[in-house]
Design a protein around this ligand. Structure first.
Ligand SMILES: O=C(O)CCC(=O)C(=O)O
Length: 269
């Protein structure tokens, strides 16, 4: 397994993604699905208009708004389970930190098209996007709960800037639209049980269709400055930490949070 992961790490480095087929057992997916479907149902009821009109994802799945103590502990234990931690640590050996979770589903409106983007484009201007892909990366671990068309991505774009076509399409410039096809796009179809690991900052899009419902786990390297992106409520509380077999991923985030708070506090004097 460790040898295998080393090979995958090299693949991630070169391509910006890798997929491990049948990574999860059927029973793991069945029990995860139960918790996620509970969240999804409550979230849809609470966000009915948004869901009907434009939504294609939700986030903060591990938070306290829709799930109770036991379900949250189940999720935390799933996310930091031995085999997921082995994958995360193969990519980030030094204190990987938990950022968030997102749930991706099909938009209700069939006119809504899947769109190319880099996640960092929503927070950074173009010059800073170039820096982000050069210096740091947020990694997504996609866990499909049902078979899905998956993700289309452009291998290698986690480390290189866009060509003219890619830039015009994802930024919708020169009359191009972000749902157009791109010549170097690679479609990765996924089945329930597979794990797809990819860089959030590479050029990619989710492919709408089938009954997709995918849990994305977002992690980052502790040396990168992403702590402001973490919502306290999606972290385990003290009582939960006691029930998590391996809470290092969350403790790393909490440590970063408290360091950040302390340094902000000092700055304000
Ligand atoms: O699946 C989707 O709709 C989009 C996925 C995506 O953009 C992401 O995971 O960052």
């Amino acid at each position: 397994m460790v040898e295998n992961l080393k090979h995958l790490n090299g693949k991630y480095d070169q391509q910006g993604y890798f997929v491990i087929r049948d990574f999860f057992s059927a029973s793991e997916i069945t029990s995860l699905r139960k918790v996620i479907l509970k969240f999804h149902q409550l979230w849809k009821e609470d966000n009915a208009t948004f869901y009907q009109e434009e939504a294609f994802n939700s986030s903060l799945i591990t938070g306290s708004e829709y799930l109770g103590f036991d379900d949250r502990v189940k999720l935390f234990n799933f996310i930091s389970s031995k085999h997921i931690m082995a994958v995360i640590e193969a990519l980030m050996p030094n204190n990987p930190a938990f950022m968030n979770t997102q749930l991706f589903f099909n938009p209700v409106n069939p006119q809504q098209k899947d769109f190319w983007h880099r996640d960092c484009q929503y927070d950074y201007d173009v010059e800073d996007q170039k820096k982000v892909i050069d210096e740091t990366q947020v990694v997504h671990l996609r866990v499909p709960l049902f078979d899905e068309l998956g993700i289309e991505l452009i291998p290698g774009t986690h480390k290189r800037w866009d060509n003219d076509e890619e830039f015009a399409v994802r930024q919708e410039e020169q009359g191009r639209t972000s749902c157009e096809s791109l010549s170097d796009g690679k479609k990765i179809a996924l089945a329930a049980g597979d794990l797809l690991v990819f860089s959030a900052d590479m050029i990619h899009r989710g492919l709408y269709g089938l009954d997709r419902l995918a849990l994305d786990i977002l992690v980052f390297d502790s040396s990168a400055n992403y702590i402001d992106y973490v919502d306290d409520d999606c972290l385990p509380d003290t009582a939960m930490l006691d029930k998590i077999d391996d809470p290092r991923l969350y403790r790393n985030t909490m440590d970063l949070k408290s360091k950040h708070l302390k340094s902000n506090h000092l700055k304000s004097y």
